[in-house]
Structure formats: C-alpha cells, structure tokens
Design a protein around this ligand. Structure first.
Ligand code: AQP
Length: 332
C-alpha cells in the first residue's frame, strides 16, 4: 500500500544543468515533494545515446547530484539516486521492449529530431530510449511524471505499454499521468529564442548554467536576443526573445506577466535585461554555493547516492518480480 502518490522524474547528464533544467524541472520537483513520495533520478543510462568523454560524464553525474541536493531535493524524505545503480531499470526495459511496437517508436518526435541532430551516430539506444523511460516510470508504480512539454509523448507511450501489458496479464502497472507546469514549460535559448535552452547546445551563450558566475550571467543576458522596438510585452509569436526573458523573470522573481509589463513601462531593454540577470543570479546563487560545498564532501555525496540506490532498488524489485511472475519466468 502506498501512503503517498508517487512521482518519478529524471534529468540526463548530457551537459551541465541549465536554467531550463532548473525552472522547467528541478524547481517544480522541490514544490511537489511536499505532497508526493518522489523519486528523483540522474538518468545516466539515457545519456549514453550520445558519445560522452568518460571523465566529463563522471564529473557531471557527481555535480548533478550535488545540484539536486543544493536546489532543495529532500533525499531523506524522498529518494534521490543514480539510474545505473539500480539494475532493474535495464531488466524491465528489455521486457517492455517486447511489448512496444516499432510503429509507436517510429512516431516519437524526439527520435526524429535526433535522427537529424546525430545522423553519424544513429544507434539503437536512441530508438529504444522511450522504452527505457517507460521502464523508469513503471518500475515504481508512478502516479505522476513531471515533464516538459517535449517529453509528454514519451509518457503517453509509457501509458500505452502499461495498458497493453495490463490488458494481457491483469493489473500489474499503475497508469502514470504527465504533469506539465505552466510557467517555465519551455525556457528558450537566449541567442535563438525559437529553440529550447539545452544543456548540450553548441552555442553556450544561449544557455545559463547553474554553475555560471554572476559576471557570466550578466554578460549572457546583455547579449540576449530581443527585437527592434523597445516594448516589454508578452507576445511569444511576435516577440519571442522578450517573451522568453519575461518567462525567465516571472519564474525567478515570482511575478506575473502583467506585473512585469507595468514594472517596465517607459523603460528599455537594457534596464529589463539587467533586472532579469539580477533575479536569476539571486535565484541561482545559493544553489551554486551549496553545490560547491557539497562537491568537496565526498563522504556525504557517496552516502546519499548509496542510500538512494538501495531504497530505489528495493521498490523496483517488487515490480520486477510481479512482472516476471506474470510473464511466466521461473524464480531463482
Ligand atoms: N529549456 C527547458 N525548458 C523547460 N524544461 C526543460 N527541461 C530541460 N530543458 C528545459 C526539462 O528538464 C527535464 C529533464 O530533461 P533532460 O535533461 O532529461 O532532457 P532534455 O529535455 O533533452 O534536456 P536538454 O537540456 O535539452 O538536454 P540535451 O541538450 O541533452 O537534449 C525534462 O522534463 C525537460 O523537459
């Protein structure tokens, strides 16, 4: 029996965490942990669909863990862990792959994007990534999956797989629901507001990283793309750059679009950008400082991820046993 509804969510360590990762994911995770039992994961297995420098990947996984904790994820009340430490993810993923249809996977828009982005390394992992994500979610009887709008299709797939499996074997999996936050649903690149702010974007000027120093943050906002008039107005279609900065300011300072528009009546983009930069610096400062502190404390970091892996594995094993019993495997 569950005492609280469950949440599973993760970020892959394919780059240093950005303001997009924070506003679009981690900030909401912090709010959700009061009402749900949460599993917050560093999905390192998902990150190897692209080639990483092993040393860099190793550093990012540690830093991501430190940033999760520094941002306020409560690893005692909830579970914070590293995906590859819980072997049941890979095992359930193989099983669910046999209940996923090629046609379904062909339709995934993220796969189509990756086909264009990495044509020289179109490996099978990129194709079956949504199946591993379904396993991540279904392993823990997850009720709610907080995701950005671009990941909604993957949660739909997890539901389809669960429905198919339950249709054959009875009520094995809980049906997960996607949860898409309204504010910060998509933080866009500062240099190209038509695309998302991404960890792995080649143009690092478009992304604010959680570990960026205040000076760097100010410089990046100064160069952020706006438009030729000087009106601060929320209009994503005609003013994508300004609207993106308003979204960021709204999330960092807790202000509505109306409040922001009134604040900058008669002022230009220079003032506006400075104010957005200041709000972001203040929001990120404690996370950056606490992360740096934690990264010096190896013993604490190791004890957090070992404890998380142990508790996640115990929960995952229960689901895996139900699944393997249902399909007829022999217990060892
Ligand atoms: N810019 C963003 N705006 C809103 N939400 C975002 N997320 C990431 N960037 C933004 C949300 O963070 C969660 C974890 O994402 P992920 O790292 O697993 O995958 P991603 O969405 O592919 O993130 P990136 O930064 O774009 O990584 P790369 O560059 O490696 O592809 C998701 O819920 C995501 O929506």
């Amino acid at each position: 029996m569950k005492d609280r509804k469950r949440i599973f969510s993760g970020i892959k360590p394919t780059g240093d965490l950005t303001l997009g990762s924070y506003i679009g994911a981690i900030k909401n995770w912090v709010d959700l942990q009061n009402d749900f039992m949460c599993l917050y994961c560093i999905v390192d297995m998902h990150s190897i669909t692209i080639r990483n420098d092993p040393e860099v990947l190793h550093r990012r996984i540690r830093e991501q863990l430190a940033q999760y904790i520094a941002a306020g994820l409560d690893y005692k009340k909830n579970i914070v862990y590293i995906q590859s430490h819980v072997h049941q993810h890979a095992e359930l993923s193989w099983i669910l792959g046999c209940y996923s249809m090629m046609g379904e996977l062909n339709r995934m828009t993220q796969f189509k994007d990756m086909q264009k982005k990495h044509p020289q390394n179109l490996n099978a992992g990129i194709y079956t990534y949504p199946v591993l994500m379904a396993a991540d979610i279904l392993l823990f009887d997850t009720d709610v999956v907080p995701v950005g709008e671009d990941q909604k299709q993957h949660v739909e797939l997890a539901r389809n797989i669960a429905q198919r499996f339950n249709g054959i074997y009875g009520n094995i999996f809980t049906m997960p629901e996607p949860f898409i936050p309204k504010v910060g649903a998509r933080v866009r690149s500062l240099t190209d507001p038509t695309s998302k702010m991404s960890k792995s974007d080649d143009d690092t000027q478009g992304s604010i990283f959680i570990m960026d120093s205040p000076d760097v943050i100010v410089k990046k906002f100064k160069r952020a793309k706006t438009d030729s008039d000087s009106l601060i107005k929320f209009d994503p279609e005609n003013k994508p750059g300004v609207s993106n900065l308003m979204d960021i300011y709204s999330a960092a300072a807790g202000k509505s679009y109306d409040e922001i528009e009134s604040e900058f009546v008669g002022k230009g983009y220079g003032d506006f950008k400075t104010r957005v930069a200041e709000a972001v610096i203040e929001k990120l400062r404690p996370i950056r400082e606490k992360s740096l502190e934690l990264l010096k404390d190896e013993e604490t970091l190791v004890s957090i991820y070992r404890d998380g892996a142990e508790r996640a594995s115990e929960m995952a094993e229960k689901t895996l046993v139900k699944v393997t019993d249902a399909i007829g495997f022999l217990r060892k």
